[in-house]
Design a protein around this ligand. Sequence first.
Ligand code: NDP
Length: 399
Amino acid sequence: MSRVLIIGAGGVGNVVAKKCAMLPEVFSEIMLASRTKSKCDKIASEIKDRTIHTAQVDADNVPELVALINEFKPAMVINVALPYQDLTIMDACLETGVHYLDTANYEPKDVAKFEYSWQWAYMDRFKEKGLMALLGCGFDPGVTGVYTAYAAKHHFDEMHYLDIVDCNAGDHGKAFATNFNPEINIREITQNGRFYENGDWVETKPLEFHKPIDYPNIGARESYLLYHEELESLVKNFPSIKRARFWMTFGQEYIKHLEVLQNVGMTSIEPIKFQGQEIIPLEFLKALLPEPSSLGENYEGETSIGCQIKGVKDGKDQTYYVWNNCSHQAAYDETGGQGVAYTTGVPAMIGAMMMLTGKWNKAGVYNVEEFDPDPFMEQLNIHGLPWHEKVGLELPHEY
Ligand code: NDP
């Protein structure tokens, strides 16, 4: 029985709040706080059988966060605001003595840089206070790390090749929209790609490498090699991995729009002067695009995200594929959110449950794959993200 403070009332915050509300035996009191309080109130009003406290907070402001935490006295904070706020929220947790969880690594606003270094640097401070910070507990990062830990525990003596494969075969009917915060999403995709091979990072041009990958129940979809933050922690925590890559599908329409927007400078994060005012083109673009949380209603199709791993078990070659398919419509029917918000919000709730029930409990700053994957995998099956596995079969694409 614990009090939890959820910060961020976007697509993911909506799912986290609703899923936590379904488990009063774990989350006894819930507060949802965000920059715009009316968004928290709307979500709270949709949760009929429980009272959800709401509040306005600027999560860039540590004293404001500290005041809110001291007033509500949660056992932990679930941070589903934006990656820009990770460090201020961690600072506030340290000051007030509460545990911390997020779903995306810290990014400075002025440079799109994806790495854990800033947050890993909090290790000693969290240890000294006897507090735990769990980083990257969405789907990817998040479940992909739990899947990899589960594979290492049950199916391999050594893992050598890891491919994380992420397909969104859904259709929301809009010409161009992103499934989570457009600013964060476009910053990620327009960066150079990167993968890990034999101890080094190999850089690629944005979306340079692509190929069709076969996804269960969906079929072949063109998939693009991107850098994704969990690669950094996974190759550190599983040093036998020789190569680690991340693939994500994009439709032709999406790529066409993105190319045009990039060519005209709309995806830039460099400030420009416009009619005497300084604006950041990508922030302006975000204001024009549909809110990801509004995409759910007519969203058809499903997502499929998994890990394909090759390595050795009992002296023999071993292959393993573990994945989840999530229907956008089913996610909407249950929470009013689309599949991408659902696949992020459910693992965040489960991670919080792991921490509050003491199943994952270690002072310091950790990534999900550093804990026993079994209780988390069990909860995925119970709370809407059932997983499937294929052991010892040919993987659907080359290695
Ligand atoms: P949204 O943009 O829909 O929501 C973000 C929320 O954070 C909004 O309610 C916003 O408030 C609030 N917020 C932003 N800045 C502040 C601030 N300074 N103080 C208080 N609140 C603030 O994003 P999503 O819900 O799509 O994404 C949430 C997080 O989940 C992101 O960090 C994203 O990177 C991560 N994510 C992780 C995934 C994974 O698998 N690991 C996948 C998808 C997303 P306002 O409404 O006023 O703008």
